[in-house]
Design a protein around this ligand. Structure first.
Ligand code: ADP
Ligand code: MG
Length: 230
């Protein structure tokens, strides 16, 4: 599904160039659960933005389902992001004075899904994350960190994306809530066969993945299969 070949990303600030990714190559198969680990500033989020077609590499190729992403038009990229990819960011990006249910229905509005089906799909996505139905009509700024994170996950998967990208989804959660949230990703991966790529700095969390990619100073330093924790 994903093939990254000799990807380099150089950021330019004024006259200063900074190489955030340096000659990174790997592939990820359909249905894999992969964790990306590395110190702060090592290039993890940069890589995630490239994988999500939100940013393009300075050099190298990215094949997503055998398509060279660099050859796609902006419209085609927007379609891919909407139909194929579910994003869970560290800053949750929920609309604050808006109910949980409306937040999760939003991607369906953009996808042109109307009426009762929209609400039904949003509710099912929320239920799959284990969020109590009592919260569906609460405003998102009335929820705890763990609850917000589940809403963010529900919103990412409401369009049935085949690829789920999560940038430190458990970063601000206590370890117990983190385990619950990671359980949602595991379920999506195992039961629904979704490809999951998750950035984390916690070894405990990474061990739920099939494989861990380690990044340091913009370089892939290790690519190792785990003894997956169930
Ligand atoms: N838009 C940008 N412009 C300039 N430098 C950036 C930009 N985004 C990230 N960087 C730099 O690239 C490096 C990698 O950043 P990032 O991918 O966010 O790392 P991580 O997610 O591993 O903490 C950091 O040194 C960061 O300061
Ligand atoms: Mg980051």
């Amino acid at each position: 599904m994903i093939e990254i070949k000799n990807i380099t990303k150089t950021y330019k600030t004024g006259d200063v160039e900074f190489k955030a990714l340096n000659n990174v190559s790997f592939s990820i198969a359909d249905g894999e659960f992969v964790a990306i680990m590395g110190p702060s500033g090592s290039g993890k989020s940069t890589l995630m933005h490239i994988l999500g077609a939100l940013d393009s590499p300075t050099d190298g190729t990215y094949l997503l389902d055998d398509k060279d992403v660099s050859t796609l038009s902006d419209d085609e990229l927007a379609d891919i992001r909407r139909d194929k990819i579910g994003f869970v960011f560290q800053s949750f990006n929920l609309l604050p004075r808006t109910t949980v249910l409306r937040n999760v229905m939003l991607p369906l509005v953009y996808a042109g899904i109307h009426g009762p089906l929209r609400e039904k799909r949003a509710k099912n996505a929320l239920i799959s994350t284990g969020l109590d139905e009592a919260h569906f009509h609460h405003l998102s700024n009335q929820l705890s960190g763990g609850q917000i994170q589940r809403v963010a996950i529900a919103r990412a998967l409401v369009n049935n994306p085949s690829l789920i990208l999560a940038d430190e989804p458990t970063g601000n959660l206590d370890s117990k809530t983190g385990e619950i949230v990671i359980g949602t990703f595991q379920k999506l991966n195992k039961e629904l066969g979704r490809t999951v790529i998750l950035i984390t700095h916690e070894q405990e969390i990474a061990e739920h993945a099939d494989r861990i990619l380690f990044i340091k100073d913009g370089e892939l330093t290790e690519n190792k299969t785990t003894h997956k924790k169930e």
